[in-house]
Design a protein around this ligand. Structure first.
Ligand SMILES: [Zn+2]
Length: 163
């Protein structure tokens, strides 16, 4: 039985050729990007209800400063895979769950499809949602997103499905 954590590690490869299907599709990610995509917490995940168990040890997430946008520089970018908003300097942080530390929001981006039957990166019981928001956070013990990436506890990505 597979056990999933709310701390999902998102594929974080930019400026490279990758897709969800075809020559550079999901089945090739571990080969194409071995340092990012050959781990045990790899996106995309199909959350199969019959394979999920409740973990009573999990604590609620704590969100700090998500309602304080003063002084934040926002940069909207079409990165070729998603619409991404980078946050130049901010104090939005999340902890709790099974994170084991405090994570600072670096960017958020959306995955969506050409119609409402597809678009989310992850699926539930094999079914996709029309859109998925990913809030990408880095572990504050590493100082910034770039310095954190080589570490297995570098990123926490909060994923939200849209209906
Ligand atoms: Zn994403």
């Amino acid at each position: 039985m597979r056990r999933f954590s709310p701390q999902m590690i998102c594929l974080y490869v930019t400026g490279a050729e990758w897709t969800y299907t075809g020559e550079h599709g999901v089945d090739q990610w571990a080969k194409d990007f071995p340092s990012y995509c050959s781990g045990q917490s790899q996106s995309p995940i199909d959350l199969e209800a019959s394979q999920v168990t409740y973990d009573s040890d999990l604590q609620p997430f704590t969100f700090s400063n998500f309602d304080n946008t003063n002084g934040i520089t926002w940069t909207l970018l079409n990165n070729g895979h998603a619409a991404q908003v980078s946050i130049g300097s901010g104090t939005m942080q999340v902890s709790g769950g099974s994170l084991g530390g405090t994570y600072q929001v670096a960017q958020f981006h959306f995955h969506w499809g050409s119609d409402s039957t597809k678009g989310s990166e992850h699926t539930v019981n094999g079914l996709a949602y029309p859109m998925e928001l990913h809030i990408v956070c880095f572990n504050t013990k590493y100082g910034n997103l770039g310095d954190s990436l080589a570490n297995p506890d570098a990123l926490a990505v909060l994923g939200f499905f849209f209906e």
